[in-house]
Design a protein around this ligand. Structure first.
Ligand code: ZN
Length: 158
């Protein structure tokens, strides 16, 4: 069965970044399962899987525009240290939930200089060209309920 709209697809993947570092992998765990054609996964990967079938292995390079988007400078902000009340020591890599005009968002501290803290609200993979090594393990028809919900269900439902 070929991957097309309203099929439920399971695949194993290893995701590497532009420098070859492994960022994520399903190896040793459950494959990722999604409903094709419902924008459950990044557009570049969904397009590459179209027409493939169970057992196929593929290597997919996805540009940022087809993955997590370009990094948005507007989401990088300098805030005063006083904004982090109750935090003893602020270090790069720390994550906080911040209020924004779009509601709560996760930010990561990228720089601490004196009393100025730089935070970045971009998705950690924004701006990155991503490479996926994919092996399709199963392709099946979606159930009417899955199509109605717009996502795949596991063995016991959600
Ligand atoms: Zn559902």
């Amino acid at each position: 069965m070929q991957v097309s709209d309203n099929k439920v697809v399971s695949f194993h993947y290893t995701l590497t970044g532009p420098d070859g570092t492994t960022l994520d992998s399903s190896a040793g765990g459950e494959p990722l399962t999604y409903l094709h054609g419902a924008s459950n996964i990044i557009p570049g990967l969904e397009k590459a899987l179209e027409g493939k079938q169970e057992g196929d292995r593929l290597s997919v390079t996805v540009e940022p525009e087809e993955a997590y988007g370009l990094a948005d400078e507007a989401l990088i902000q300098e805030v005063p240290r006083e904004a982090f009340q109750g935090v003893d020591e602020i270090q790069p890599g720390m994550r906080f939930q911040a209020d924004s005009s779009h509601g709560p968002m996760m930010v990561v501290v990228t720089k601490v200089e004196g009393d100025t803290v730089t935070v970045d609200g971009n998705h950690p993979l924004a701006g990155m060209t991503l490479n996926f090594e994919v092996e399709i393990t199963e392709v099946r028809e979606a159930t009417p309920e899955e199509i109605e919900h717009g996502h795949a269900h596991g063995a016991g439902g959600h």
